[in-house]
Design a protein around this ligand. Sequence first.
Ligand code: SF4
Length: 220
Amino acid sequence: MDEPTRVREIYDRLTQTRDEQHWQPTSLSHFEGQPFKALLAGMLSAQTREENTTAAINNLLALADTPEGIAQLSDEQIRKAISPVMYFEGKVRYVRDIAEKVAANGGEVPRTIEGLMEYKGVGWKVAVLTLAVGYGIYDNITVDVHVARIGIRLGLVKPTTKQPPKVNDELKQVLPREMWPHWNALMVMFGRAICLPTYPQCPRCPLNDICPKVGVVRRG
Ligand code: SF4
């Protein structure tokens, strides 16, 4: 099997498994077409479990759901609302900075990675995620821990590649563009269900026969 055929096979098999097993998409997909909320949720999600991010963003949006409204909240209100996420003390000023800047920009969230990264607490990963979820701009692949780990195991990314922008570059060289919008969600669902961080479930994995299992030492 040549590499483009293998890549196509990986994608098709995982898409089919997703549909058969009714894998649930990530909670950030609730903010499709809503860049301000996608940006806030993405920033809050750093180092945090998804259920805690969901709780925090829901708490915050229950208090106010516009940039102006959030900018007018007190630090204490924001702190209490986002307390479920990691490093919430530091993220209070990120919430305020984002809300104030977006409000000052007439409610418009930047449409470029560079513009988004000027906001406090927003790195490359959150910027790409915001463009994808908020605006449907898929010029890059959102790289999280699942995308990075599984990319290496599948032999699509070099084992030494760690930085998300570099993982993105390598994946873009092997994945056809039409797969880019779907890759992150597919890897997140697959990484939670089968290709687990510590004990990947290789014997029951639909990719078992076409995966080189790079770096896998223990299997479930
Ligand atoms: S065969 Fe194992 S390492 Fe490869 S994708 Fe499947 S679970 Fe992950």
